[in-house]
Structure formats: structure tokens, C-alpha cells
Design a protein around this ligand. Structure first.
Ligand code: C5P
Length: 297
């Protein structure tokens, strides 16, 4: 038997980052929005756990037990007293190490797929618990839509979204390490009193109303200065996107993917075309939001 699950990428429309905690993590007010770029995770019964990956960035995906998809299968199997004898195949379309939660998507996808394959009957709470153990962004990949993540980002409150938003994502050459970006955030904020992270009321209203202009005016990412410090060339991509007519642009999560909000589908297509021609990014793609979370197909 085989089960395939489709899982979306995410953009953080607000990423408010607090001071480093004693455990090294940072408290967040993290407003996630799932976007219509997807990985597909297919699980098939096999003699032993095995991971394969296909897609343009496949060579950069680890196929050992550090892969979040493998870890998800092992965690679910352990809880249900069975062995993770599955072949996990990832059809990867989400940029790798790009700040769009591609690895988290594969973890959530493998978890949902193994749950269906094995008929474990795990409730949603249990699946979300396992997701939170796997990583801060993994619970959101399971849920999709839009949500406010607090704690280290894993405690979710689902949010209303009152319309469709048109985005453009510019992929950069090479990835950025999330821990390295957080370390750079700490370095840039040394000696500064970092305020408690809080969600912006105006931003949540803009999402709820589906008001693209209000959302563009309130997008923010506290990790952006750190990502730009590590990868200064991203400033040129941001300028190119804005000059091409994007209402706003920002670094997606810890980067280096940059995200641009466009007024409508036509404007998004034009921004993507201009970004590709600008020579400031590897490629540019359009995608709509919100997108559904992990879904068996
Ligand atoms: O939870 P996840 O494994 O995705 O986190 C990757 C790294 O990002 C952590 O090891 C930590 O360095 C950083 N991080 C953080 N604060 C968060 C989330 C992630 O410092 N809230």
C-alpha cells in the first residue's frame, strides 16, 4: 500500500523575535501563512526505513535519519510500538534551506502519510505533539492556512483569512542555516533590550479582511536584518521586486528566499518576470495563499 500527502510551504507575514531564552531558543510571535508551493511525500511499506528525494534541489536533501521525514516516521512508530519499515519518497518543489519550511513540510507530510499507511488512528493532538518535538515550524506545516505561533513557534492559534493573496518568491543561490541566522540576530542585538514579541493587531485585521494593501503595510520580519547581514546581496533582490511593482517585499523566515506581495495575479506574474530578468535571484515563482495543510491525495 502507498499513501501520498501534499504539504505546503509557508511565509511568515510577521516574525517578531524576543531575546534568546536559557535553552537557546527565542520566544516568537510568528504569523504563519501557508502558500501554494508544495512537496509531496509518498510512503510505501518496505523492509527497512529508506528516504529518497526527487526535484531540482534534491541533491541538497539529507537522506539519512537527520531528515525530518525519517524522524517523523520513527517518532510515530515508536509511540505505537512498531518499526518504521517504510520507503519515504519526497517530491521536492519547496526551496531547500530557503526559509519556507520545506524540511518541516516533509516532516509533517511523512507523519500524516505514515499515520494513514499504518492506520495508527492517532488524534490530531498527538500528531501535533510529535510535530512540535520535530521542530518549531512542523506543527504549522500540518495545519496550514494561517496561524499565530507562540512559544518557539510551535503553539498555534488558527487565524481567519478573508481572501486570496498573490505572492512571488525569489529563490537565492544556496541556503542559509536557521541557527546561524538566529545567532546573527543575537549578535546584532547584543546589549539591546529586545522587547517581548507580540502579534500586530493591524496585521491580523488585514489577514482577516483579505486586505492586501493593509497586509503589505504591516509585513515584518525581525530576522531580516540578520539574514541581510549574512547575505547582503538580498537587498538587491528586495529592491528589484519593489521596483517591479510589488506592494512590499521581505525575507521569508530566516531566508534566503525573499517574498513579495502583489496586488493581484497579473501584478504577481509581472513581478516574477522582472525578478527573473533582474539577475538578482536564481528563479522566481508565483503562489497563492492561504493553502491547505498536509492533505492525503
Ligand atoms: O525548531 P527548529 O529545529 O526548527 O529550530 C532550528 C534552530 O533555529 C534552533 O536550533 C535554534 O537555533 C533556532 N530557533 C530559535 N528560536 C526559535 C526557533 C528556532 O532560536 N523559536
Amino acid at each position: 500500500m502507498t499513501v501520498t500527502v501534499r504539504v505546503p510551504a509557508k511565509v511568515n507575514v510577521q516574525l517578531a523575535v524576543g531575546a534568546a531564552r536559557p535553552d537557546g531558543f527565542h520566544d516568537l510571535a510568528n504569523v504563519f501563512l501557508a502558500v501554494g508551493l508544495y512537496d509531496e511525500v509518498t510512503v510505501t511499506e518496505a523492509d527497512e526505513l529508506r528516504v529518497t528525494c526527487a526535484g531540482p534541489d534534491a541533491a541538497q536533501v539529507p537522506l539519512d535519519r537527520t531528515n525530518l521525514a525519517a524522524r517523523a516516521a520513527l517518532a510515530l512508530a515508536e509511540r505505537h510500538g512498531r518499526e518504521a519499515r517504510v520507503h519515504i519518497h519526497i517530491d521536492k518543489d519547496i526551496p531547500v534551506a530557503g526559509g519556507m519550511a520545506g524540511g518541516s513540510a516533509d516532516g509533517a507530510g511523512a507523519l500524516a502519510a505514515c499515520d494513514a499507511l499504518w492506520g495508527t488512528g492517532a488524534c490530531r493532538e498527538e500528531l501535533l505533539d510529535i510535530c512540535a518535538e520535530l521542530g518549531s515550524d512542523v506543527p504549522f506545516s500540518l495545519v496550514g492556512g494561517a496561524a499565530l505561533g507562540t512559544g518557539r513557534g510551535e503553539r498555534l492559534r488558527e487565524l481567519e483569512v478573508g481572501g486570496t493573496f498573490h505572492w512571488v518568491f525569489a529563490a537565492a543561490d544556496g541556503g542559509l542555516s536557521t541557527p546561524a541566522v538566529y545567532r546573527e540576530f543575537d549578535r546584532l542585538n547584543e546589549g539591546v533590550r529586545v522587547p517581548e514579541p507580540a502579534a500586530s493587531r493591524d496585521l491580523l485585521d488585514a489577514l482577516a479582511k483579505g486586505d492586501v494593501h493593509a497586509l503589505a503595510a504591516t509585513l515584518s520580519n525581525d530576522l531580516q536584518p540578520a539574514a541581510l547581514s549574512l547575505r547582503p546581496s538580498l537587498a538587491e533582490t528586495l529592491t528589484a521586486g519593489r521596483e517591479a511593482g510589488a506592494l512590499a517585499g521581505l525575507v521569508s523566515g530566516s531566508g534566503p528566499t525573499t517574498a513579495f506581495l502583489a496586488a493581484d495575479a497579473g501584478a504577481a506574474a509581472e513581478v516574477a518576470r522582472a525578478l527573473r530578468a533582474s539577475g538578482t535571484c536564481r528563479t522566481a515563482r508565483v503562489a497563492q495563499a492561504p493553502a491547505a495543510g498536509a492533505t492525503v491525495v
